[in-house]
Design a protein around this ligand. Sequence first.
Ligand code: SAH
Ligand code: SF4
Ligand code: F3S
Length: 468
Amino acid sequence: MERKTRTISQEELQLQREYCGRIAALWRERGRTPKAFVDTYGCQQNEADSEQIRGMLRESGYEISDTEEGADAVVINTCAIREHAEQRVYGNVGALVHTKRRHPDQKIFICGCMMGQEHALERIRKSYLYVDGAFNPHALWRFPELLYTALTGKKRVFLKEDCDGVIAEGIPAVRSNTLKAWVSVMYGCNNFCAYCIVPYVRGRERSRRPEEIVREVEGVIAAGYKDITLLGQNVNSYGKDLDEGVDFSDLLARLAELDGDFLLRFMTSHPRDAGEKLFRTMAKYPKIAKQLHLPFQSGNDRILRAMNRHYDLARYRELVRQAREAMPELVLTSDVIVGFPGETAEEFEDTMRLIEEVRYDALFTFIFSPRRGTPAAEMDDPTPKEEKNRRFDRLVDLQNRISQELHRDYIGKTVSVLVDGKEEGGLLTARTQGGRLVRFAGDAELIGRFLQIKITDATTWSLVGEIG
Ligand code: SAH
Ligand code: SF4
Ligand code: F3S
Protein backbone atom coordinates (compact mmCIF):
# COMPACT_ATOMS: atom_id res chain seq x y z
CA MET A 1 0.00 0.00 0.00
CA GLU A 2 1.24 3.49 -0.75
CA ARG A 3 2.29 5.26 2.41
CA LYS A 4 0.63 8.68 2.54
CA THR A 5 1.93 9.57 5.96
CA ARG A 6 4.11 12.63 6.09
CA THR A 7 7.14 12.12 8.29
CA ILE A 8 8.35 15.40 9.70
CA SER A 9 11.90 15.90 8.49
CA GLN A 10 14.88 16.27 10.80
CA GLU A 11 15.39 19.81 9.44
CA GLU A 12 11.87 20.78 10.45
CA LEU A 13 12.38 19.30 13.91
CA GLN A 14 15.76 20.99 14.19
CA LEU A 15 14.05 24.31 13.57
CA GLN A 16 11.69 23.57 16.47
CA ARG A 17 14.67 22.76 18.69
CA GLU A 18 16.11 26.13 17.74
CA TYR A 19 12.89 27.78 18.91
CA CYS A 20 13.33 25.96 22.25
CA GLY A 21 16.86 27.40 22.45
CA ARG A 22 15.61 30.91 21.71
CA ILE A 23 12.89 30.67 24.35
CA ALA A 24 15.41 29.44 26.92
CA ALA A 25 17.72 32.36 26.03
CA LEU A 26 14.83 34.77 26.43
CA TRP A 27 14.21 33.55 29.98
CA ARG A 28 17.90 33.69 30.82
CA GLU A 29 17.83 37.35 29.82
CA ARG A 30 14.84 37.87 32.08
CA GLY A 31 16.90 36.32 34.83
CA ARG A 32 14.57 33.62 36.13
CA THR A 33 13.42 30.06 35.55
CA PRO A 34 9.88 30.00 34.14
CA LYS A 35 7.24 27.50 35.28
CA ALA A 36 4.83 25.51 33.11
CA PHE A 37 1.70 23.52 33.89
CA VAL A 38 0.25 20.87 31.56
CA ASP A 39 -3.24 19.56 32.28
CA THR A 40 -4.36 16.37 30.53
CA TYR A 41 -7.86 15.04 29.75
CA GLY A 42 -8.80 11.82 28.00
CA CYS A 43 -6.90 8.65 27.24
CA GLN A 44 -3.30 7.43 27.48
CA GLN A 45 -2.63 8.74 23.99
CA ASN A 46 -3.14 12.21 25.39
CA GLU A 47 -0.99 11.38 28.43
CA ALA A 48 1.78 10.38 26.02
CA ASP A 49 1.34 13.63 24.04
CA SER A 50 1.47 15.64 27.27
CA GLU A 51 4.77 14.00 28.14
CA GLN A 52 6.14 15.31 24.85
CA ILE A 53 4.72 18.77 25.51
CA ARG A 54 6.52 18.73 28.86
CA GLY A 55 9.65 17.56 27.05
CA MET A 56 9.51 20.55 24.68
CA LEU A 57 8.82 22.91 27.61
CA ARG A 58 11.79 21.58 29.51
CA GLU A 59 14.02 22.09 26.47
CA SER A 60 12.75 25.66 26.42
CA GLY A 61 14.00 26.19 29.95
CA TYR A 62 10.73 25.65 31.83
CA GLU A 63 10.38 23.90 35.15
CA ILE A 64 7.29 21.68 35.27
CA SER A 65 4.81 22.77 37.93
CA ASP A 66 1.72 21.00 39.26
CA THR A 67 -0.57 24.02 39.31
CA GLU A 68 -1.73 26.69 36.89
CA GLU A 69 -1.42 29.32 39.64
CA GLY A 70 1.63 31.44 38.86
CA ALA A 71 2.65 29.33 35.88
CA ASP A 72 4.24 31.22 32.96
CA ALA A 73 2.82 28.72 30.49
CA VAL A 74 -0.38 26.67 30.81
CA VAL A 75 -1.23 23.95 28.31
CA ILE A 76 -4.61 22.21 28.41
CA ASN A 77 -4.55 18.95 26.45
CA THR A 78 -8.20 18.20 25.71
CA CYS A 79 -10.40 15.19 24.92
CA ALA A 80 -13.46 15.16 22.64
CA ILE A 81 -14.74 11.63 23.19
CA ARG A 82 -17.92 12.58 25.08
CA GLU A 83 -19.82 15.77 25.72
CA HIS A 84 -19.01 15.63 29.43
CA ALA A 85 -15.25 15.69 28.70
CA GLU A 86 -15.72 18.81 26.58
CA GLN A 87 -17.87 20.58 29.17
CA ARG A 88 -15.18 20.09 31.81
CA VAL A 89 -12.60 21.60 29.48
CA TYR A 90 -14.75 24.69 28.75
CA GLY A 91 -15.34 25.09 32.49
CA ASN A 92 -11.66 24.86 33.36
CA VAL A 93 -10.51 27.07 30.51
CA GLY A 94 -13.12 29.59 31.73
CA ALA A 95 -11.59 29.54 35.20
CA LEU A 96 -8.14 30.41 33.81
CA VAL A 97 -9.31 33.99 33.32
CA HIS A 98 -8.67 34.48 37.04
CA THR A 99 -5.18 32.96 37.15
CA LYS A 100 -4.24 35.08 34.16
CA ARG A 101 -5.57 38.22 35.84
CA ARG A 102 -3.23 37.54 38.74
CA HIS A 103 -0.36 36.76 36.36
CA PRO A 104 -0.98 38.79 33.16
CA ASP A 105 2.09 37.48 31.33
CA GLN A 106 0.83 33.92 31.58
CA LYS A 107 0.61 32.22 28.15
CA ILE A 108 -2.33 29.82 27.75
CA PHE A 109 -2.58 27.14 25.04
CA ILE A 110 -5.32 24.65 24.30
CA CYS A 111 -4.47 21.51 22.33
CA GLY A 112 -5.58 17.90 21.94
CA CYS A 113 -8.53 16.23 20.28
CA MET A 114 -11.11 18.98 20.91
CA MET A 115 -8.94 21.32 18.87
CA GLY A 116 -9.17 18.89 15.97
CA GLN A 117 -12.79 20.05 15.62
CA GLU A 118 -12.98 23.38 13.89
CA HIS A 119 -16.09 24.48 15.79
CA ALA A 120 -14.39 23.95 19.15
CA LEU A 121 -11.21 25.72 18.06
CA GLU A 122 -13.28 28.65 16.80
CA ARG A 123 -15.23 28.81 20.05
CA ILE A 124 -11.98 29.04 22.00
CA ARG A 125 -10.62 31.69 19.63
CA LYS A 126 -13.74 33.85 19.71
CA SER A 127 -15.00 33.46 23.27
CA TYR A 128 -11.84 33.03 25.34
CA LEU A 129 -9.78 36.03 24.33
CA TYR A 130 -7.17 35.48 27.02
CA VAL A 131 -6.18 32.13 25.44
CA ASP A 132 -2.98 32.74 23.46
CA GLY A 133 -3.15 29.84 21.05
CA ALA A 134 -4.52 26.46 20.09
CA PHE A 135 -3.37 23.54 17.97
CA ASN A 136 -4.65 20.09 17.10
CA PRO A 137 -2.81 16.77 17.68
CA HIS A 138 -1.19 16.94 14.23
CA ALA A 139 0.59 20.17 15.10
CA LEU A 140 2.01 19.01 18.43
CA TRP A 141 5.58 19.09 17.13
CA ARG A 142 5.20 22.79 16.27
CA PHE A 143 4.49 23.81 19.86
CA PRO A 144 7.92 25.49 20.42
CA GLU A 145 7.31 27.80 17.44
CA LEU A 146 3.87 28.66 18.77
CA LEU A 147 5.17 29.41 22.25
CA TYR A 148 7.93 31.56 20.84
CA THR A 149 5.44 33.57 18.75
CA ALA A 150 3.21 34.09 21.77
CA LEU A 151 6.16 35.23 23.89
CA THR A 152 7.66 37.61 21.34
CA GLY A 153 5.01 38.60 18.84
CA LYS A 154 2.20 39.35 21.30
CA LYS A 155 0.06 37.59 18.72
CA ARG A 156 -2.55 34.87 19.24
CA VAL A 157 -1.91 31.79 17.08
CA PHE A 158 -4.54 29.21 16.14
CA LEU A 159 -3.19 26.38 13.98
CA LYS A 160 -5.62 24.37 11.90
CA GLU A 161 -3.18 21.72 10.73
CA ASP A 162 -4.35 19.28 8.09
CA CYS A 163 -5.80 16.27 9.89
CA ASP A 164 -4.43 13.64 7.50
CA GLY A 165 -1.69 13.11 9.96
CA VAL A 166 2.01 13.16 10.40
CA ILE A 167 4.65 11.29 12.32
CA ALA A 168 7.30 13.23 14.18
CA GLU A 169 10.13 11.17 15.66
CA GLY A 170 12.53 12.20 18.36
CA ILE A 171 10.46 14.76 20.30
CA PRO A 172 11.84 14.68 23.86
CA ALA A 173 9.50 13.43 26.61
CA VAL A 174 9.32 14.12 30.32
CA ARG A 175 7.64 10.97 31.63
CA SER A 176 5.36 11.57 34.56
CA ASN A 177 5.76 8.21 36.27
CA THR A 178 9.02 6.58 37.30
CA LEU A 179 7.97 2.97 36.58
CA LYS A 180 5.31 3.22 33.85
CA ALA A 181 6.06 4.42 30.33
CA TRP A 182 3.71 4.96 27.37
CA VAL A 183 5.03 4.25 23.89
CA SER A 184 2.85 5.04 20.87
CA VAL A 185 3.26 2.47 18.13
CA MET A 186 0.78 4.11 15.80
CA TYR A 187 -1.49 7.13 15.54
CA GLY A 188 -4.99 7.78 14.25
CA CYS A 189 -7.78 5.38 13.35
CA ASN A 190 -9.43 4.15 10.16
CA ASN A 191 -12.43 2.41 11.66
CA PHE A 192 -15.03 5.16 11.79
CA CYS A 193 -17.25 3.51 14.38
CA ALA A 194 -20.52 5.38 13.92
CA TYR A 195 -20.43 7.05 17.35
CA CYS A 196 -16.75 7.99 17.52
CA ILE A 197 -14.97 11.29 16.95
CA VAL A 198 -11.40 9.91 17.10
CA PRO A 199 -10.84 9.31 13.34
CA TYR A 200 -11.93 12.90 12.63
CA VAL A 201 -9.59 14.50 15.16
CA ARG A 202 -6.61 12.14 15.04
CA GLY A 203 -6.62 11.38 11.34
CA ARG A 204 -5.82 8.23 9.40
CA GLU A 205 -4.02 5.24 10.83
CA ARG A 206 -0.23 5.46 10.57
CA SER A 207 2.39 3.21 12.09
CA ARG A 208 5.79 4.18 13.41
CA ARG A 209 8.68 2.26 11.91
CA PRO A 210 9.54 -0.79 14.03
CA GLU A 211 13.16 0.32 14.45
CA GLU A 212 12.01 3.65 15.93
CA ILE A 213 9.77 1.82 18.40
CA VAL A 214 12.50 -0.64 19.34
CA ARG A 215 14.89 2.26 19.92
CA GLU A 216 12.39 4.06 22.18
CA VAL A 217 11.57 0.91 24.15
CA GLU A 218 15.28 0.13 24.61
CA GLY A 219 15.65 3.67 25.91
CA VAL A 220 12.88 3.38 28.49
CA ILE A 221 14.17 -0.02 29.65
CA ALA A 222 17.66 1.45 30.06
CA ALA A 223 16.15 4.36 32.01
CA GLY A 224 14.67 1.87 34.49
CA TYR A 225 10.99 1.79 33.45
CA LYS A 226 9.35 -1.53 34.26
CA ASP A 227 5.80 -1.31 32.97
CA ILE A 228 5.66 -0.36 29.30
CA THR A 229 2.33 0.19 27.53
CA LEU A 230 2.25 0.22 23.74
CA LEU A 231 -0.45 2.59 22.52
CA GLY A 232 -2.68 2.78 19.49
CA GLN A 233 -6.43 3.11 18.89
CA ASN A 234 -6.35 -0.27 17.18
CA VAL A 235 -2.93 -1.81 17.72
CA ASN A 236 -3.85 -4.96 15.82
CA SER A 237 -3.75 -3.14 12.53
CA TYR A 238 -0.19 -2.00 13.25
CA GLY A 239 2.08 -2.23 10.21
CA LYS A 240 -0.63 -2.44 7.55
CA ASP A 241 0.49 0.92 6.17
CA LEU A 242 4.19 -0.01 6.24
CA ASP A 243 6.14 -1.96 3.66
CA GLU A 244 8.10 -3.98 6.19
CA GLY A 245 6.00 -7.13 6.55
CA VAL A 246 5.81 -6.61 10.31
CA ASP A 247 2.45 -6.96 12.04
CA PHE A 248 1.61 -6.18 15.67
CA SER A 249 2.39 -9.69 16.91
CA ASP A 250 5.81 -9.56 15.22
CA LEU A 251 6.49 -6.20 16.83
CA LEU A 252 5.42 -7.48 20.26
CA ALA A 253 7.67 -10.51 19.93
CA ARG A 254 10.62 -8.35 18.92
CA LEU A 255 10.13 -6.11 21.96
CA ALA A 256 9.52 -9.02 24.34
CA GLU A 257 12.89 -10.46 23.31
CA LEU A 258 14.78 -7.36 24.43
CA ASP A 259 17.03 -7.78 27.47
CA GLY A 260 15.96 -6.37 30.81
CA ASP A 261 13.46 -6.71 33.58
CA PHE A 262 10.16 -5.26 32.30
CA LEU A 263 6.55 -6.02 31.44
CA LEU A 264 4.91 -5.09 28.15
CA ARG A 265 1.21 -4.34 27.73
CA PHE A 266 -0.80 -2.70 24.99
CA MET A 267 -4.10 -1.10 24.17
CA THR A 268 -6.49 -1.07 22.43
CA SER A 269 -7.30 -4.26 20.53
CA HIS A 270 -10.18 -4.07 18.09
CA PRO A 271 -12.01 -7.42 17.84
CA ARG A 272 -12.03 -7.02 14.08
CA ASP A 273 -8.24 -7.41 13.81
CA ALA A 274 -7.27 -9.42 16.91
CA GLY A 275 -6.68 -13.14 16.49
CA GLU A 276 -4.86 -16.33 17.36
CA LYS A 277 -1.42 -15.15 16.30
CA LEU A 278 -1.66 -12.33 18.84
CA PHE A 279 -2.81 -14.66 21.62
CA ARG A 280 -0.07 -17.18 20.88
CA THR A 281 2.54 -14.42 21.02
CA MET A 282 1.16 -13.14 24.33
CA ALA A 283 1.19 -16.64 25.77
CA LYS A 284 4.73 -17.37 24.61
CA TYR A 285 6.58 -14.46 26.24
CA PRO A 286 6.78 -14.05 30.02
CA LYS A 287 7.49 -10.34 29.50
CA ILE A 288 4.05 -9.72 27.95
CA ALA A 289 1.29 -9.11 30.53
CA LYS A 290 -1.55 -11.59 30.33
CA GLN A 291 -4.05 -8.79 29.99
CA LEU A 292 -6.29 -7.95 27.07
CA HIS A 293 -8.55 -4.96 26.61
CA LEU A 294 -11.05 -6.10 23.99
CA PRO A 295 -13.96 -3.64 23.69
CA PHE A 296 -17.24 -5.21 22.59
CA GLN A 297 -19.42 -2.04 22.79
CA SER A 298 -22.72 -3.94 22.54
CA GLY A 299 -23.99 -7.49 22.97
CA ASN A 300 -26.43 -7.23 20.08
CA ASP A 301 -25.64 -7.89 16.41
CA ARG A 302 -28.03 -5.28 15.02
CA ILE A 303 -26.47 -2.60 17.21
CA LEU A 304 -22.94 -3.75 16.33
CA ARG A 305 -23.81 -3.34 12.65
CA ALA A 306 -25.30 0.10 13.26
CA MET A 307 -22.10 0.98 15.13
CA ASN A 308 -20.04 -0.08 12.09
CA ARG A 309 -17.91 -2.39 14.23
CA HIS A 310 -17.24 -5.07 11.58
CA TYR A 311 -17.65 -8.13 13.83
CA ASP A 312 -20.59 -10.03 15.23
CA LEU A 313 -21.15 -11.75 18.56
CA ALA A 314 -20.21 -15.16 17.23
CA ARG A 315 -16.82 -13.83 16.19
CA TYR A 316 -16.39 -11.96 19.48
CA ARG A 317 -17.20 -15.05 21.56
CA GLU A 318 -14.76 -17.09 19.49
CA LEU A 319 -12.00 -14.55 20.14
CA VAL A 320 -12.61 -14.68 23.90
CA ARG A 321 -12.53 -18.47 23.75
CA GLN A 322 -9.26 -18.51 21.81
CA ALA A 323 -7.64 -15.93 24.08
CA ARG A 324 -8.59 -17.82 27.24
CA GLU A 325 -7.52 -21.11 25.75
CA ALA A 326 -4.08 -19.66 25.00
CA MET A 327 -3.86 -17.91 28.39
CA PRO A 328 -6.00 -19.47 31.11
CA GLU A 329 -4.89 -16.77 33.58
CA LEU A 330 -5.90 -13.93 31.19
CA VAL A 331 -7.31 -10.72 32.70
CA LEU A 332 -9.95 -9.51 30.27
CA THR A 333 -11.36 -5.98 30.24
CA SER A 334 -13.67 -4.17 27.85
CA ASP A 335 -15.60 -1.02 26.90
CA VAL A 336 -19.36 -0.91 26.48
CA ILE A 337 -21.78 1.79 25.36
CA VAL A 338 -25.30 1.98 26.78
CA GLY A 339 -28.11 3.71 24.90
CA PHE A 340 -26.73 3.79 21.36
CA PRO A 341 -29.45 5.43 19.18
CA GLY A 342 -32.36 3.04 18.77
CA GLU A 343 -31.11 0.45 21.28
CA THR A 344 -34.25 -1.32 22.52
CA ALA A 345 -34.79 -2.74 26.01
CA GLU A 346 -34.34 -6.25 24.57
CA GLU A 347 -31.13 -5.31 22.75
CA PHE A 348 -29.80 -3.94 26.00
CA GLU A 349 -30.60 -7.28 27.70
CA ASP A 350 -28.29 -8.92 25.11
CA THR A 351 -25.48 -6.73 26.42
CA MET A 352 -26.27 -7.80 30.00
CA ARG A 353 -26.25 -11.45 28.92
CA LEU A 354 -22.85 -11.13 27.26
CA ILE A 355 -21.38 -9.58 30.41
CA GLU A 356 -22.79 -12.42 32.54
CA GLU A 357 -21.39 -14.93 30.11
CA VAL A 358 -17.87 -13.52 29.62
CA ARG A 359 -17.36 -12.28 33.20
CA TYR A 360 -14.93 -9.43 32.56
CA ASP A 361 -12.38 -8.50 35.19
CA ALA A 362 -13.32 -4.86 34.64
CA LEU A 363 -15.54 -2.86 32.31
CA PHE A 364 -15.40 0.76 31.22
CA THR A 365 -19.03 1.76 30.79
CA PHE A 366 -20.30 4.78 28.87
CA ILE A 367 -23.66 6.30 28.03
CA PHE A 368 -23.85 7.20 24.35
CA SER A 369 -22.93 10.82 23.76
CA PRO A 370 -23.69 12.31 20.32
CA ARG A 371 -20.60 13.82 18.67
CA ARG A 372 -21.10 16.44 16.00
CA GLY A 373 -20.12 15.18 12.53
CA THR A 374 -20.41 11.46 13.32
CA PRO A 375 -23.18 9.33 11.71
CA ALA A 376 -24.66 8.28 15.08
CA ALA A 377 -25.32 11.89 16.01
CA GLU A 378 -27.84 12.00 13.15
CA MET A 379 -29.65 8.77 14.07
CA ASP A 380 -33.09 8.68 15.68
CA ASP A 381 -32.72 8.30 19.40
CA PRO A 382 -36.15 7.91 20.98
CA THR A 383 -35.01 6.39 24.31
CA PRO A 384 -35.39 8.92 27.15
CA LYS A 385 -32.34 9.88 29.18
CA GLU A 386 -33.85 8.45 32.39
CA GLU A 387 -34.25 5.06 30.74
CA LYS A 388 -30.63 5.13 29.57
CA ASN A 389 -29.55 6.01 33.10
CA ARG A 390 -31.54 3.07 34.48
CA ARG A 391 -29.86 0.69 31.99
CA PHE A 392 -26.48 2.12 32.85
CA ASP A 393 -27.04 1.65 36.61
CA ARG A 394 -28.12 -1.96 36.13
CA LEU A 395 -25.07 -2.69 34.03
CA VAL A 396 -22.72 -1.11 36.58
CA ASP A 397 -24.35 -3.12 39.40
CA LEU A 398 -23.93 -6.33 37.46
CA GLN A 399 -20.27 -5.64 36.72
CA ASN A 400 -19.55 -4.67 40.35
CA ARG A 401 -20.97 -7.98 41.49
CA ILE A 402 -18.84 -9.90 38.96
CA SER A 403 -15.68 -7.92 39.78
CA GLN A 404 -16.11 -8.64 43.48
CA GLU A 405 -16.67 -12.34 42.88
CA LEU A 406 -13.55 -12.52 40.72
CA HIS A 407 -11.67 -10.59 43.39
CA ARG A 408 -12.51 -13.15 46.04
CA ASP A 409 -11.29 -15.94 43.73
CA TYR A 410 -7.76 -14.58 44.14
CA ILE A 411 -7.56 -15.64 47.80
CA GLY A 412 -5.04 -18.46 48.16
CA LYS A 413 -3.43 -17.81 44.76
CA THR A 414 0.11 -16.59 44.15
CA VAL A 415 0.39 -13.73 41.65
CA SER A 416 3.23 -11.83 40.01
CA VAL A 417 3.23 -8.12 40.88
CA LEU A 418 5.29 -5.00 40.27
CA VAL A 419 5.88 -3.08 43.52
CA ASP A 420 5.11 0.59 42.88
CA GLY A 421 4.95 2.43 46.21
CA LYS A 422 4.66 2.55 49.97
CA GLU A 423 1.62 3.84 51.83
CA GLU A 424 1.60 6.07 54.87
CA GLY A 425 0.46 3.15 56.98
CA GLY A 426 3.65 1.32 56.03
CA LEU A 427 2.33 -1.29 53.60
CA LEU A 428 3.82 -1.63 50.14
CA THR A 429 1.52 -1.27 47.11
CA ALA A 430 1.86 -3.27 43.94
CA ARG A 431 -0.06 -4.08 40.76
CA THR A 432 -0.80 -7.49 39.31
CA GLN A 433 -0.28 -8.07 35.59
CA GLY A 434 -3.96 -7.29 35.14
CA GLY A 435 -3.61 -4.01 37.06
CA ARG A 436 -5.18 -4.96 40.41
CA LEU A 437 -3.96 -3.24 43.55
CA VAL A 438 -2.19 -5.50 46.08
CA ARG A 439 -1.02 -4.44 49.55
CA PHE A 440 1.55 -6.32 51.61
CA ALA A 441 4.24 -5.78 54.25
CA GLY A 442 7.79 -5.30 53.00
CA ASP A 443 10.77 -3.05 52.71
CA ALA A 444 10.68 0.13 50.57
CA GLU A 445 13.76 -1.16 48.75
CA LEU A 446 11.44 -3.53 46.92
CA ILE A 447 9.80 -0.66 44.99
CA GLY A 448 10.41 -1.20 41.28
CA ARG A 449 10.87 -4.96 41.67
CA PHE A 450 8.74 -7.83 40.35
CA LEU A 451 7.70 -10.25 43.11
CA GLN A 452 5.48 -13.26 43.73
CA ILE A 453 2.78 -12.48 46.31
CA LYS A 454 0.44 -14.95 47.96
CA ILE A 455 -3.02 -13.42 48.29
CA THR A 456 -4.51 -13.85 51.75
CA ASP A 457 -7.53 -11.54 51.67
CA ALA A 458 -9.63 -9.41 49.33
CA THR A 459 -11.44 -6.16 50.10
CA THR A 460 -13.77 -4.53 47.58
CA TRP A 461 -11.03 -2.51 45.89
CA SER A 462 -7.78 -4.28 46.68
CA LEU A 463 -6.07 -7.55 47.47
CA VAL A 464 -4.01 -8.22 50.59
CA GLY A 465 -1.07 -10.61 50.52
CA GLU A 466 2.35 -11.62 51.69
CA ILE A 467 5.66 -12.23 49.96
CA GLY A 468 5.38 -15.81 48.76
N1 SAH B 1 -9.96 2.80 19.98
C1 SAH B 1 -10.57 2.28 21.11
C2 SAH B 1 -11.45 3.20 21.88
C3 SAH B 1 -11.17 4.63 22.05
S1 SAH B 1 -12.43 5.55 22.81
C4 SAH B 1 -11.45 1.12 20.66
O1 SAH B 1 -11.96 1.11 19.57
O2 SAH B 1 -11.68 0.27 21.47
C5 SAH B 1 -12.74 4.65 24.30
C6 SAH B 1 -14.17 4.24 24.44
O3 SAH B 1 -15.02 5.34 24.54
C7 SAH B 1 -14.73 3.43 23.30
O4 SAH B 1 -14.35 2.10 23.33
C8 SAH B 1 -16.21 3.60 23.50
O5 SAH B 1 -16.72 2.61 24.38
C9 SAH B 1 -16.32 4.96 24.18
N2 SAH B 1 -16.88 5.97 23.29
C10 SAH B 1 -16.36 6.43 22.14
N3 SAH B 1 -17.18 7.34 21.59
C11 SAH B 1 -18.26 7.44 22.40
C12 SAH B 1 -19.47 8.22 22.35
N4 SAH B 1 -19.73 9.04 21.37
N5 SAH B 1 -20.36 8.05 23.37
C13 SAH B 1 -20.10 7.20 24.38
N6 SAH B 1 -19.00 6.45 24.47
C14 SAH B 1 -18.08 6.56 23.49
FE1 SF4 C 1 -13.17 5.17 17.79
FE2 SF4 C 1 -13.78 2.85 16.69
FE3 SF4 C 1 -11.45 4.01 16.13
FE4 SF4 C 1 -11.88 3.00 18.54
S1 SF4 C 1 -11.80 1.83 16.62
S2 SF4 C 1 -10.99 4.98 18.07
S3 SF4 C 1 -14.05 3.40 18.87
S4 SF4 C 1 -13.48 4.78 15.57
FE1 F3S D 1 -8.17 9.96 23.58
FE2 F3S D 1 -10.18 11.59 24.01
FE3 F3S D 1 -8.64 11.94 21.93
S1 F3S D 1 -10.18 9.44 24.38
S2 F3S D 1 -7.88 9.95 21.37
S3 F3S D 1 -8.05 12.07 24.08
S4 F3S D 1 -10.84 12.16 21.98
